[in-house]
Design a protein around this ligand. Structure first.
Ligand SMILES: Nc1ncnc2c1ncn2[C@@H]1O[C@H](COP(=O)(O)OP(=O)(O)OP(=O)(O)O)[C@@H](O)[C@H]1O
Ligand SMILES: [Mg+2]
Length: 444
């Protein structure tokens, strides 16, 4: 069974010219290019020559004894000089059109399937010389070269279509990816919000817990004082001994001391809590030179450092001008330096505290505060930024210092903070903050 091939108009136009010239050279009324289909054969191109009985797109049934059928079946040249003188050909269908001589060759598609034929027909007896036969073969080869071109074009078109399909599929999966990313972003924001809320809840619980001790103690002392005053008032009415009066005054004095201490501690705690809630209004953005700011910070803790006897090194790589929130940075660095002074050298030995800053390629600034003290045990490393985590409970530590550092760095400075430490090899806190803070820092 034959498969009918599709031919584009460009090639049809070109072959029309070829067929016209061919009919002229052969001096015949009909030069044809035939295309075969599953059940019939059709005139694909018919030469524009006088006396040509064939019209383009005219079809003929197969298995009717056509000259072309033999060419296609044998896949070789057929030359019938005079059909009426040939027993085999005298009744073939083209004789009815008075086409009694035939010269034709098969046209083969690049996959070697038969496309059809190219042939010349005449109404008189023709015995073609070899050079005509050769010419017909050359024309056949030229047309078969066009077949190969057509097939390549077809392949290009279909691979282009494949590419378009792949592109379409890609943009669909791109869209899906984007949607998934958006969803993840939303989930992340929700998680962050939830985390903040739970951190806030912990903080409130912690605040209540911490304040409970000094206020509870204060209340106890105040009520004792009140009951003592009642007793002395009654005794005054009936007469009070000198000893009782002295005891009372001593008790009031002691009670007042404890009250002062409790209230002082409560005030201190409230002060630290205020730092935790990074106060928007206290943030003032401006340009500042990092080296100068370091100098100011060290001046603030100058006395403490001198008393401790530790060596403090300050190293800023080049000039770094920041456009950010110096108040927040100062607070964070002060807490880190204080921690090094308080925690790193508990046995009174002298060590080194190194504060360094350098600019990174992505316009971030890396600031580190490192000491060579006792370090932080592995188990505590993950907890040090938690509010109220302290190893100096009852010795003046509230465990809020590093939480304040974390809040200031992430919220006001829009950066991040990391801690590295190995026991007895010191601790190093590294801040990574944008040199130029983003337009509006996210609210605390
Ligand atoms: N440089 C350091 N060397 C060793 N341990 C440290 C250092 N810095 C912090 N720590 C540990 O981390 C804990 C938490 O520090 P943080 O500053 O939050 O609280 P604190 O210093 O104990 O109390 P606060 O700062 O509120 O007075 C400290 O108790 C200490 O155990
Ligand atoms: Mg601290």
């Amino acid at each position: 069974m034959f498969q009918q091939r599709v031919v584009s108009d460009d090639f049809l136009g070109k072959w029309q010219q070829t067929t016209n010239v061919m009919a002229g050279i052969f001096d015949v009324p009909a030069g044809l290019i035939m295309r075969v289909g599953p059940e019939q054969i059709e005139v694909l191109v018919s030469s524009h020559t006088p006396g040509n009985p064939y019209e383009a797109y005219e079809k003929a049934k197969l298995n009717t004894g056509l000259y072309c059928e033999t060419v296609m079946a044998t896949r070789s040249l057929l030359h019938v000089p005079h059909a009426l003188e040939d027993e085999h050909w005298k009744d073939n269908p083209d004789v009815a059109l008075n086409m009694i001589s035939y010269l034709g060759v098969p046209l083969l598609w690049p996959d070697d399937e038969v496309f059809g034929t190219i042939c010349v027909l005449d109404s008189k007896k023709r015995s073609y010389q070899q050079r005509y036969v050769d010419l017909l073969w050359e024309i056949k080869k030229a047309i078969e070269a066009d077949f190969r071109l057509m097939e390549q074009q077809q392949k290009l078109i279909s691979s282009n279509a494949d590419l378009l399909d792949a592109n379409r599929a890609l943009s669909v999966s791109n869209g899906e990816l984007k949607a998934a990313l958006d969803k993840i972003g939303a989930m992340q924001a929700e998680l962050l919000r939830a985390e903040k809320m739970s951190a806030l809840g912990n903080l409130v619980a912690g605040v209540a817990h911490e304040l409970n001790t000094p206020i509870g103690n204060g209340l106890l002392v105040a009520s004792t004082l009140k009951s003592n005053v009642g007793t002395i008032a009654r005794e005054l009415a009936t007469g009070v001994t000198r000893k009782h009066m002295d005891d009372f005054i001593g008790g009031v004095d002691q009670g007042a001391d404890i009250l002062l201490h409790c209230l002082g501690r409560a005030a201190e705690l409230v002060d630290s809590f205020k730092q935790v809630a990074v106060d928007q209004s206290s943030r003032r953005r401006r340009q500042f030179d990092l080296r100068k700011t370091f100098g100011e910070i060290l001046a603030t803790v100058g006395t403490l450092i001198r008393q401790s006897g530790h060596q403090v090194l300050c190293e800023v790589e080049g000039d770094i001008t920041m456009d950010s929130y110096p108040g927040a940075l100062e607070q964070a660095l002060l807490n880190l330096i204080n921690n090094a002074l308080v925690h790193a050298f508990p046995d009174g030995e002298q060590g080194q505290i190194r504060i360094a800053a350098c600019r990174r390629a992505d316009d971030f600034v890396e600031i580190s505060v490192a000491d060579d003290g006792i370090g932080i045990p592995q188990a505590n490393l993950v907890r040090v930024f938690e509010p109220f985590f302290t190893t100096r409970l009852g010795q003046g530590g509230s465990g809020l210092g590093l939480h304040v550092v974390y809040n200031q760095v992430t919220t006001a400075l829009c950066g991040s903070v990391q801690v590295m430490s190995e026991p007895s090899r010191g601790a190093c806190f590294t801040l990574r903050v944008p040199r130029v803070a983003p337009a509006s820092p996210s609210p605390a």
